[in-house]
Design a protein around this ligand. Structure first.
Ligand code: HEM
Length: 223
């Protein structure tokens, strides 16, 4: 580990992230394998379509637990839009789509990240709700159960589409981001670019954890 790196996430945060990511992706791909004849082969390595369904339903339990943990952990910082700063950021598209002299400073997560979080949180809840009714229709009206199939498919499209944007921005699209979820240690330059307000806050509160240094003192800058 290089001296001067800053801790952006703790191990709990990373474990929750990867449990959520892994269960979500297993659900996406096993769901695709169940849905489309042309993709039924995805079940072959596991013993066929029936096993794929078991994997899908069992992984859903794992997803529910991860989702609850993720929502509790990120709700405050990624689930609530703050005005006017978030609107200003949206108006400039965060500087991602055209040249912007100065990207408006926002909270820990930017509105794009908040949108992804909300799609996962609300879309995930809709997937759990519709999935449970699909699995246990009990004596509900057939029309209602059919609607759940539609909701399940729509939720999938939203989450899967956003996932590719997230995958791109979490890796090559925004260099330096991946370590935040791998080791938890990031560079000051990345924090300054990606989470400037959060960096200031940590510096002011003295909660900044710098590798190879004592914890910084409140109001100081740790040097
Ligand atoms: C498999 C590839 C994935 C990679 C490489 C990846 C990478 C990352 C990184 C680097 C961050 C930190 C971003 C930052 O602090 O600025 C992050 C945050 C996050 N990830 Fe992932 N992730 C992946 C999959 C997923 C999946 C499948 C989900 C959802 C089910 C997910 C949900 C989240 C959420 C909710 C956050 C926090 C807020 C946000 O960035 O929207 N990730 N991810």
């Amino acid at each position: 580990m290089r001296k001067g790196l800053i801790q952006a996430t703790d191990s709990f945060e990373r474990i929750v992230h990867w449990c959520l990511a892994a269960s979500c992706l297993v659900l996406c791909f096993s769901g695709l394998g169940i849905m489309f004849h042309s993709l039924n082969f995805l079940g072959e390595p596991f013993g066929g379509l029936k096993s794929l369904k078991y994997i899908h339903n069992f992984t859903a339990l794992f997803f529910i637990l991860s989702l609850v943990a993720a929502v509790r952990m990120w709700w405050k910082e990624a689930g609530i839009f703050v005005f006017p700063e978030d609107l200003d950021w949206i108006k400039s598209a965060g500087g991602y789509l055209w040249h912007v002299d100065k990207v408006p400073e926002v909270g820990k997560y930017n509105p794009g990240q908040k949108m992804f979080f909300l799609v996962v949180a609300l879309g995930g809840a809709a997937m759990v709700f519709s999935g449970l009714i699909m699995l246990f229709p009990l004596s509900m009206p057939a029309m209602l159960v059919r609607l759940m199939y539609l909701l399940h498919a729509a939720g999938f499209v939203a989450i899967f589409a956003f996932f590719f944007i997230h995958l791109y921005l979490g890796t090559v699209g925004s260099p330096g981001s991946l370590p935040a979820m791998m080791t938890g240690w990031v560079t000051r330059a990345w924090l300054k670019k990606q989470h400037p307000k959060w960096l200031h806050e940590m510096e002011e509160k003295g909660t900044l954890v710098v590798y190879g240094e004592e914890k910084s003192s409140p109001h100081g800058h740790g040097h």
